[in-house]
Design a protein around this ligand. Structure first.
Ligand SMILES: [Zn+2]
Length: 229
């Protein structure tokens, strides 16, 4: 068993969080740390939640070049279903599909760094609101105490791909098949102020909401913050 002392390597402040947390934000100096195989590794971090925010939560912002190698859409899907019954027959449908691909573009994706049911869909909505995030907090200001970051750096890369597929599926055509690859992936931990409503939680000023019950460790996150105020 490996024991890692959770202390900020920059300022010596003790890092706190929940039992399963892998990501830590130093509320003294503003550095970010990820718990990896070799102990704590430095993370890029953006703090956008003020110290007095009741519920500062961790998110991943992933910048990547998205290569769409192949994208197949079906034409006339509904009409085809009626004409040829619902059984999929490749030879009948051959002329009913269109294949594109070979394109690439840079995208910035934003999604929770804590488990949420339906995370890719939430990530699609959040990524659309990426330009309405609150201002960056100056690290010389007082900083918030953050917990709940349990999605590792590696898992964030995999989830970034899921969010990208979700973005493609949201387009108004009928996506049948897609092959994508992400390259030049750069991940940043972003701390955003969130607000509890009756059943839902709203994320910063984005207008994006998720259900409290869709977060497995929601009560632990809330307990952590209420015990520290
Ligand atoms: Zn520190």
């Amino acid at each position: 068993m490996r024991i890692t002392r959770l202390v900020c390597a920059h300022c010596g402040n003790v890092l706190t969080g929940l039992g399963l947390d892998k990501l830590f934000f130093c509320d003294n100096c503003g550095k970010g740390w990820a718990l990896g195989d070799k102990g704590l590794e430095s993370l890029d971090v953006q703090c956008r939640a003020p110290a007095d925010s009741a519920l500062p939560l961790p998110f991943w912002m992933v910048r990547a070049t998205v290569h769409v190698l192949k994208r197949t859409v079906r034409n006339e899907f509904t009409a085809t279903m009626l004409k040829f019954s619902s059984r999929y027959e490749e030879d009948v449908l051959k002329n009913k599909k269109k294949e594109t691909g070979g394109s690439f573009e840079k995208r910035t994706l934003l999604f929770p760094a804590f488990p949420v049911n339906g995370l890719p869909g939430l990530g699609v909505n959040l990524s659309e609101s990426i330009n309405s995030l609150p201002r960056l907090i100056d690290l010389a200001e007082k900083l918030p105490d953050v917990c709940g970051g349990s999605i590792s750096h590696n898992d964030a890369s995999i989830l970034a791909r899921c969010v990208t597929v979700g973005q493609e599926a949201e387009k108004s055509d009928w996506l049948a098949e897609i092959e994508i690859v992400l390259s030049s992936v750069k991940s940043t931990l972003v701390i955003l102020p969130c607000y509890q409503e009756v059943e839902k939680v709203s994320i910063a000023d984005t207008g994006v909401l998720f259900f409290r019950r869709s977060v497995p460790f929601w009560d632990k996150i809330v307990d952590y913050h209420s015990s520290r105020t």
